[in-house]
Design a protein. Structure first.
Length: 235
């Protein structure tokens, strides 16, 4: 009888132990665990570009001044934009402004053209253009070439050569306009100090008179320049 009670007690104790183990697993699974949480956030805005290009088309004028003992006087006076020996001017003066936050390629495309710069010498017509074009300080003399096309090509190549690539970390303080190479283009028609070409200059001037007076020649010497500036974001 005692043996039976003792067995029963052991059995009850074992059941209680099993229940205790099950309870501890449930409690442990409910209250004892590592928990970690976080939120990933990335935000951005569009990078600034905002580049503005302004061309100042003040190449030629109806009047040109000269300094004399009587003060500043007009050396040329016309109803049209003209050029003449002894005159000069700024063909293209561009300004670029903005503070882009991207690297850029700046491309200049020159379209310089002259027309009807021919004179007659001993009954032979030949090319003659006494204009000097100055691109970023480098002079290109029209009289250094045998044809108008060669002169035009040289000027356009000099303008195109001012193109460049600019990386954003290279930008100087003050924005893109303080960093990039903005070409300046001037023109000049010098007096011939030795008088060798005076006859040709005079021929061009007389030809302009014939045309304006309705004469038969019909071909005034002209000069024109267009520069296209393109600024493009690069990788």
């Amino acid at each position: 009888m005692k043996e039976k009670r003792r067995f029963k007690s052991i059995r009850v104790a074992m059941i209680l132990l099993v229940l205790a183990l099950i309870t501890s697993c449930v409690v442990g699974g409910t209250y004892a665990k590592y928990v970690s949480s976080g939120v990933g956030l990335d935000a951005a805005r569009v990078a600034k570009f905002g580049v503005e290009i302004i061309g100042n088309g003040t190449a030629f004028s109806k009047t040109y001044d000269t300094n004399t003992a009587r003060g500043t006087m007009k050396s040329v006076l016309s109803t049209d934009n003209v050029i003449a020996p002894g005159t000069s001017g700024e063909m293209i003066s561009m300004t670029v402004s903005g503070n882009p936050e991207v690297s850029v390629a700046v491309t200049y495309k020159g379209e310089f053209a002259i027309d009807n710069w021919e004179v007659v010498d001993r009954e032979e017509t030949k090319y003659y253009c006494p204009i000097t074009i100055i691109v970023d300080g480098s002079e290109i003399k029209g009289t250094s070439f045998e044809t108008a096309q060669q002169f035009q090509d040289a000027v356009n190549a000099a303008i195109d050569g001012c193109s460049g690539t600019y990386y954003v970390e290279e930008f100087s303080a003050g924005g893109l306009g303080k960093t990039i190479r903005v070409p300046s283009v001037q023109w000049r028609w010098d007096f011939d100090g030795e008088g060798i070409n005076d006859q040709y200059d005079t021929y061009l001037g007389n030809k302009a008179c014939e045309v304006s007076d309705g004469g038969p020649n019909g071909k005034i010497a002209t000069i024109c320049l267009i520069i296209t500036t393109t600024i493009t974001q690069i990788d």
